[in-house]
Every structure is written in structure tokens, then in C-alpha cells.
Write a protein that binds this ligand. Structure first.
Ligand SMILES: NC(=O)c1ccc[n+]([C@@H]2O[C@H](COP(=O)([O-])OP(=O)(O)OC[C@H]3O[C@@H](n4cnc5c(N)ncnc54)[C@H](OP(=O)(O)O)[C@@H]3O)[C@@H](O)[C@H]2O)c1
Length: 211
């Protein structure tokens, strides 16, 4: 699959790296091809391609958005035409002061993003854990795969993202429509508070058990 990344820091870089190694064509959407973040991403995987944001997005079927939440509007506006009809994997989280929901629980960040890109299909995924688990999601002591919960309004878009989730070694867990994003964003806050505040191990994820 042709995949573009808008943002390749803590979250985007390992996902881009591992997706390329899984056989996908992955392009970093770079305003500045000489930036430190581009150099760092290429340093870990020379198989990643680099293009302007407009070129990267127009050549992609799936676009990962892994920017700070406050940068989402600018990142999408820069590729407003090219992103039409594409699947956007929303890896971003609106986090407010004191680890609260950044949009005051009124609307999820993903629904806000969907409103910014109405002709694209937003699927929220890769948000409910810290980046450590995107670097390494192997849990050799267990017989079950770690779960990656995702949601979105379009079945085809979710199918494509579920495949990428599987390719990365997670069990894709479809939680429903995009209205579920608010709950996933709260799962993120739960994880952050447990790990970053209360000291649970960062390599802590959830799995789905079915009787
Ligand atoms: N950190 C985590 O553990 C974690 C886990 C799950 C989800 N998230 C969410 O994932 C998102 C990214 O977090 P992160 O920790 O990866 O952040 P980060 O390390 O700061 O990386 C952010 C990336 O976004 C790029 N960027 C910033 N402004 C941009 C713009 N206007 N247009 C295009 N690209 C822009 C940055 O490029 P430059 O470096 O060139 O500035 C960088 O590549 C956030 O929304 C966060 O809430 C984070």
C-alpha cells in the first residue's frame, strides 16, 4: 500500500519504519527535507521516501496524521486538495491541562478532524498507548496479540486500516463509528495517567479475550 506520513516524531517514525519493513511504500511528507526529524527517520530506515507534503499525500492511499493535535488544522490545510478521497489514520490526541480531554468532552479530536477533511475518511488508531509500544509491540510471555482499538465511519477505510494494524502485529479491534473516538481518547488519558503519573510500566497494553 502507498502510505504518507504527516508527522514522524515519537509516534510517526516507528510506525513509518515498521510499515516500510512490512512491505509498504512509505513516504514522509516533508516541508523541509533537511530537517532533523527527516534525518532521524531516514537514519533508522533508509527505505523511507521523502517528498513534499502535496506530492506525498497525492501519491498515497492512506495518510497517517501524527502531528501535535494543535497542528492538525495546519497540516491538513497544507494538503487540502490532495487529501480528498484518502483514508486518514488519526494518531493524534487532544490532551488538555491536567491531563483532561482537550476539547472538553464536547467533541472528539477525530470528529473535529473529520470536519476539517469532510471528503476523506478518518479512522482513529494508534492512539491508546504510549509510543514505546509502537517501537516494540512484542510480548513474548503471552499467547494473545496486543489489541489495537480503532474506529471510523466508513467500512472500507476501516478494513484498510485493520490490515495495516495486523501487518504491524496487533489484533485489530473495531470499536464502531467515529463517535467512539471520544471514548478512545479517554482510554488514552487513562493509559497516560496510569503510566506517566502513577508509574505503571510503559510497555503496558490491553488484549481482547473472548469466551
Ligand atoms: N507520544 C506518545 O506516546 C503518543 C502516543 C499516542 C498518540 N500520540 C499523539 O500523536 C501525536 C504526535 O505525538 P509525538 O509524540 O509523535 O509528537 P512529536 O514527537 O513532537 O512529533 C510531531 C511531528 O509532527 C510534525 N509537525 C509538527 N507541526 C506540524 C505541521 N504543522 N505540519 C506537519 N507536521 C508537523 C513534527 O515535525 P518537526 O519535527 O519537523 O517539527 C513531528 O514530525 C500527538 O497528537 C500525540 O497526542 C502520542
Amino acid at each position: 500500500m502507498n502510505i504518507a506520513f504527516l508527522g514522524y516524531g515519537n509516534v510517526g517514525a516507528p510506525l513509518a519504519d515498521h510499515l516500510q519493513r512490512a512491505g509498504h511504500a512509505v513516504t514522509l511528507a516533508a516541508h523541509d527535507p533537511q530537517s532533523e526529524s527527516v534525518k532521524k527517520a531516514l537514519g533508522r530506515n533508509g527505505g523511507l521516501k521523502v517528498a513534499t507534503p502535496r506530492e506525498a499525500v497525492s501519491g498515497a492511499e492512506v495518510v497517517f496524521l501524527a502531528t501535535p493535535f494543535a497542528a492538525n488544522a495546519a497540516a491538513i490545510a497544507a494538503v487540502a486538495e490532495e487529501i480528498r478521497g484518502k483514508v486518514i489514520v488519526d494518531c493524534t490526541n487532544p490532551v488538555g491541562p491536567g491531563l483532561t480531554h482537550g476539547l472538553n468532552n464536547v467533541q472528539s479530536g477525530s470528529e473535529a478532524l473529520q470536519a476539517m477533511a469532510p471528503d476523506s475518511e478518518v479512522v482513529k488508531a494508534f492512539t491508546i498507548y504510549g509510543f514505546e509500544n509502537f517501537e516494540d509491540n512484542s510480548f513474548p510471555g503471552y499467547d494473545v496479540k496486543p489489541a489495537m482499538m480503532f474506529c471510523g465511519r466508513d467500512a472500507g477505510a476501516k478494513h484498510a486500516v485493520a490490515r495495516l494494524i495486523s501487518d504491524l502485529g496487533w489484533e485489530p479491534l473495531d470499536t464502531g463509528g467515529l463517535e467512539q473516538a471520544l471514548h478512545l481518547e479517554h482510554m488514552t488519558l487513562l493509559w497516560i495517567r496510569m503510566v506517566r503519573v502513577h508509574g505503571a510500566p510503559p510497555r503496558m497494553v490491553w488484549a481482547a479475550l473472548r469466551g
